[in-house]
Structures are given as structure tokens and as C-alpha cells.
Design a protein around this ligand. Structure first.
Ligand code: SF4
Length: 261
């Protein structure tokens, strides 16, 4: 498999299908220090030169006191690549860590979101790109269906409040097998974060379960991703999407009748 070709094809496909990037966009990549966001950054930088639309790319990192190793080696790598990168120590997050070391992910994410919007505003970007992968989408889809009773995954494209920023996830079709191999091929240092070490038991079980099933059904994730884009609402149980009064049947029956006449 030509790693770069596959990565760019799948990323390009997601960008085009969901209209993620448009002419004149300035895209800020949320760089967490892990393999996925690093792969995303490199993919966007490469696509920039061959995409039919013109856009610029920058990157930023929010320091919330959760990195498990110094960020400098990755900073040096980014600098050597001439990447427009901003490193932001978020003091409110660091204070939170001091004052409430046991705080939950919800508080941490809220602090991060506020910092992200503030940084991106300063960078003059209108699009924020996150490194969630096909694996994240599949896990989220299964977790919601199995544990929270919802048919839902992650938004490939969404907007921040007041539509100030478009939030995109261009790696939706890229598996972690690809990001892992691609990040390794870059030879860039990967900085682990508390997030990667603290995956809960549900997430671990789902990952293990998927890995096990994939041994027999290697196209499993592809199929799950297709399922997310191919919803037959009339065969599910949400009355909002069901034709309980038979109006749709009448409409569809009226067509053949017209043809018969
Ligand atoms: S796991 Fe991630 S979101 Fe949760 S507290 Fe740690 S850094 Fe924050």
C-alpha cells in the first residue's frame, strides 16, 4: 500500500464529500502531539498544493498540563518543517489542574474549547481541523448505540456557536493503522497526552472487540462508516421519521397509477 497516496485519497474524499474546506479558508489544525493530528497536519499541507481550492494551513497546541513528555522535540520538528505553529500554555487550565486535580473530562474539554476558540481567533483562521479518525467514528457509533441508546457518532462537519468557525474532521475515512504507519514514516516525535492513557473501559473493550472481529472481517470499519452514511430511517424506530399516517405510501402509490393512465 502506498501510504501517502492512500492517506491523501481518503482525506481528499472526506474534504470533498462534506465540503470541509472552501476557497480562501484558513485552516487551523488542533495539534495534540499524537500520531493522528500530526498525520492530519501533514496531509493538509500536502493537499494544499494539489487541491482545486486555495487555502492556508496553520497549527496550534493547547498546553493544559496533561502532556506526559516535553513538547520541545515536536516543536523543533515543526520549526524545521517551516510550519506556522503556535504553542499556547493555557493558564486557566493549569490553575484548574492545581486546584482540582481530579476534575473530569467535561470540565477539561470546556476549558480547552474556550482556549481553542481564543487561539484560533488570534490566528485569523475560520476553520478548525481535528484529528479524529475512522476508528474514533466507529467507536463512537458503537458506544452510542450500545451504551447510550442513540444512533449517532461524531460530526464530520459542524459549526461553533454563532457559526464563527467551521469544525472539521478530515480523517473520518482514515484508520489508525494508516496514521500510525504514516506518523512513524515521518520520523517525528510523538508526545503522549493523558488522554491517550486514560481511555475508559468501554472504549478499551470496543477497541478490543473490533480488533478481534477484524481478523475475520477485515472490511468491518469500512462497512460501519458506510452504515453511518446510508441511513434507512424508515427501518428504524424513531417515529419522527416514520410514515405513521401512510401519507408516503399514498404518494408512492400515486406514481404508478399515473403511469398506468
Ligand atoms: S482525558 Fe483528555 S479530556 Fe479528559 S481530563 Fe484528560 S486531557 Fe482532559
Amino acid at each position: 500500500m502506498d501510504l501517502e497516496k492512500t492517506l491523501l485519497r481518503k482525506t481528499g474524499e472526506a474534504i470533498a464529500r462534506f465540503k470541509m474546506i472552501r476557497d480562501g479558508d484558513r485552516v487551523a489544525v488542533a495539534l495534540s502531539g499524537g500520531k493522528d493530528s500530526l498525520t492530519l497536519l501533514e496531509a493538509l499541507l500536502r493537499l494544499q498544493h494539489r487541491a482545486p481550492v486555495k487555502f492556508t494551513v496553520c497549527a496550534f497546541t493547547v498546553e493544559q498540563g496533561k502532556f506526559l513528555a516535553p513538547f520541545e522535540p515536536l516543536g523543533e520538528y515543526l520549526k524545521s518543517r517551516g510550519i506556522d505553529w503556535t504553542y499556547h500554555r493555557d493558564n486557566p487550565s493549569l490553575r484548574l489542574l492545581d486546584e482540582q486535580p481530579e476534575h473530569g473530562c467535561d470540565v477539561c474539554s470546556r476549558f480547552r474549547r474556550r482556549a481553542v476558540y481564543q487561539i484560533v481567533r488570534g490566528l485569523g483562521a475560520n476553520v478548525i481541523a481535528f484529528g479524529h479518525t475512522a476508528d474514533d467514528f466507529c467507536e463512537s457509533f458503537l458506544r452510542n448505540a450500545l451504551f447510550t441508546g442513540r444512533t449517532s457518532a461524531l460530526p464530520a462537519v459542524t459549526w461553533s456557536g454563532k457559526r464563527e468557525f467551521r469544525l472539521i474532521r478530515p480523517l473520518v475515512f482514515v484508520t489508525e493503522e494508516i496514521t500510525r504507519a504514516f506518523a512513524e514514516s515521518l520520523g517525528a516525535p510523538v508526545i503522549p497526552c493523558g488522554c491517550s492513557q486514560r481511555s475508559g473501559t468501554v472504549r478499551r473493550s470496543l477497541r478490543g472487540w473490533l480488533e478481534e472481529l477484524e481478523k475475520d472481517f477485515p472490511r468491518l470499519k469500512e462497512s460501519l462508516l458506510s452504515a453511518m452514511g446510508n441511513v434507512e430511517t424508515e427501518r428504524l424506530l424513531d417515529p419522527r421519521f416514520l410514515d405513521l399516517e401512510g401519507g408516503a405510501a399514498e404518494a408512492s402509490e400515486s406514481e404508478p397509477l399515473t403511469v398506468l393512465r
